[in-house]
Design a protein around this ligand. Sequence first.
Ligand code: NAD
Ligand code: UDP
Length: 344
Amino acid sequence: MNLRVSLCFQYYDIGGVYINFGGGDVMSRILVTGGAGFLGTHLCEKLLGGGHEVCCADNFYTGAERNIKHLLSNPGFELIRHDVIKPLYLEVDEIYNLACPASPIHYQLDPIQTLRTNVNGAINMLDLAKRIGAKIFQASSSEVYGDPEVHPQPESYWGRVDPVCMRSCYIEGKRCAETLFFSYHRQHGLQIKVGRIFNTYGPRLHPNDGRVISNFIVQALKGDDITIYGTGQQTRSFCYVEDLVKGVIRLMEAPTDVTGPVNLGSSCETTIAQLAERVLALTGSPSKLVYLPLPKDDPQQRQPEIDRARTLLDWQPKVMLDDGLKQTISYFEHLLCKGIDAGP
Ligand code: NAD
Ligand code: UDP
């Protein structure tokens, strides 16, 4: 497919003078890195719906062209193929830094690239924010807590992380990015917002990236075995994407002194075995449950404490797991009907 790649908002440095080729009468001009990924596309949509102009920068490492096809005809939407490990020169009012593969199999495929994306990407986006005076949001992760021994996890908990484990390229990358954000804030006075996102699901999850909700739904719809890793007694707290994106925007729009970190996620915890049962019930699938070995370094428990988000952002998730699963199942039914290979 031919994607429209635009130079709108691009600044050209001509003898030290910046020339703006973009702009117009809009509420805000907003850069979303990783905007062609699962969360990024929902965020772009929501920002466009709010009357903003959105520039999506993505290298399509895990993002899919089908995710943003419907946005390309929107005059407020622009796409730049760009790798955040390289500097970016453009002018916007706000930056949402989401670029980074999120599923364990994707981020472990090339751990050095994952670290570069998190560390060099954060530096490049922070340098851009500093240059143009933009406010900047960092998509951090519940993974910064590692395999926690405090439950549920408040933002004040420092985490339990093995710096040389299989997940550490992602975990330490995210931790370093948080450190960078707070260093730029203290040293240069940047307006920063750090959101620690917990497991999120919904339409446009990548069908092949091995995350549990996409795996289970695709397996159920195809009548394949449902693959439970370990005993299935490990827990996660799943937040529907629509709720999550609202929380992310609330944090960006919060007063300047609200820098975060703020946990964003559902406090409704479920075991992986319970999740499998819900997917079977909602799809009416004859699939059988099979138990496979637990991947190395898989955290046992995860649930955010979201008091800070409730108090500072007046935010908490509203969509119940069954309702969100129904929406996600419809999406994957549609994807499978269209013949896209959705096998995990
Ligand atoms: P995703 O893999 O669907 O999307 C990530 C996007 O970033 C993709 O479009 C990918 O092509 C792009 N990208 C990756 N490396 C890049 C690079 N070097 N330069 C430019 N673009 C690059 O993941 P997602 O679920 O949408 O996650 C988005 C962000 O939220 C990530 O930073 C992730 O760590 C964070 N997060 C997500 C979850 C979740 O449950 N989905 C949980 C915690 C944190
Ligand atoms: N999981 C599973 N079967 C699958 C995929 C994942 O049992 O087909 C488990 C996985 O081991 C983990 C949980 O589901 O305990 C959530 O996995 P996911 O990769 O979605 O997210 P993360 O581990 O990053 O929270």
